[in-house]
Ligand binder design. Sequence first.
Ligand code: PLP
Length: 400
Amino acid sequence: MSATAALYDTYARAPLRFERGEGVWLIDEEGNRYLDFAAGVAVNSLGHAHPHLVEALKAQAEKVWHLSNLYDVPGQESLSRRLCAVTFADKVFFANSGAEALECAIKTARRYHFAKGHPGKFHIITFEGAFHGRTLATIAAGGQAKYLEGFGPKAPGFYQVPFGDMAALRAAITEETAALLIEPLQGEGGIRLVSKEFLQEMRALCDEFGLLLIFDEVQCGVGRTGKLFAHEWAGVTPDIMAVAKGIGGGFPLGACLATAEAASGMVAGTHGSTYGGNPLAMAVGNAVLDVVLADGFLEHVRDVALVFRQGLASLKDRFPDIIEDIRGDGLMLGIKAKVPNGELLKAIRAEKLLGVLAGDNVLRLLPPLITTAEEAREGLHRIERACEALSQPARLQASA
Ligand code: PLP
């Protein structure tokens, strides 16, 4: 029996067995050190075993692990207030994952219109290529056939329009539309950046038709693009936002943020979660914010991102047979490959660098936000060697 035979076969796992992590490094059972630019798919925002996070988790673990939401939970008040102080939001609901944060966002939007006397206004318009999670509602929101197949009828009320198509978006709005939902920087779909103008027009459209604007910043939020949240680059704010991944730095934590108006339908009894806002998660979430909000941290992300992006751009020039394009923003970058992206991933793993596949034949690079310029350059050297190994002239030379 193989080691994973008793697990669901839902994941195609790579044969890598990591034992521990240190900053941007993951160390396998044989002691091999891998540069982790996958960062648990943008979760390990502060790398592995960050001392401030470890300390916060240990200190809380010695006090109380779990209370339920029957009582005030230590850390919920401070984390919610801190998140509201630095965003558009007035209210926060804590969950445990991205999909749960999205479920809360969707329910908040629907309930808003219900409470205003419009129960028929429950449709949510999303974009092709989007990814919002794997629950029944969020696979309907993402609308991708490969995730919907075999799970019964698609949950009603979700409609997709082509990515970046403003005319199609406007045409899709009906009397039943409640909200528009978008990732300001699409992750799984292939690191596709939405223009500032598009987000601004979405905001204007929502104001014109009385709709709620929902941003999914599960992957692109919490400093990843060099601002605390990616939508800040566009100078617009949503009514509701789903956050997860980086906010917990590796501890399961999600949050739905909303304006007081947008959250006005979510009265006592309308939503809940056993674990949401658990004291351990709150301790870690607060510790993540301590670091990300510290003076100069986001500036550091922007500086390192520039080094990494420029390096990737020059690799694109040197290896036009391997790299078609460099996409994304901040430390959420994608190499649109000319070779199958799986081959590129294999080649960088051979150089002991970790990345993640994405749609549209893209290889995602999501270095921890604590990555130094030197570590970014080390990553670039490894990508360079991987490209050399895959490149046409190198292959021809080898076979000559
Ligand atoms: N939304 C986005 C943009 C994501 O990237 C993800 C996960 O990759 C999710 C939602 C779902 O998050 P989770 O897997 O924590 O449910």
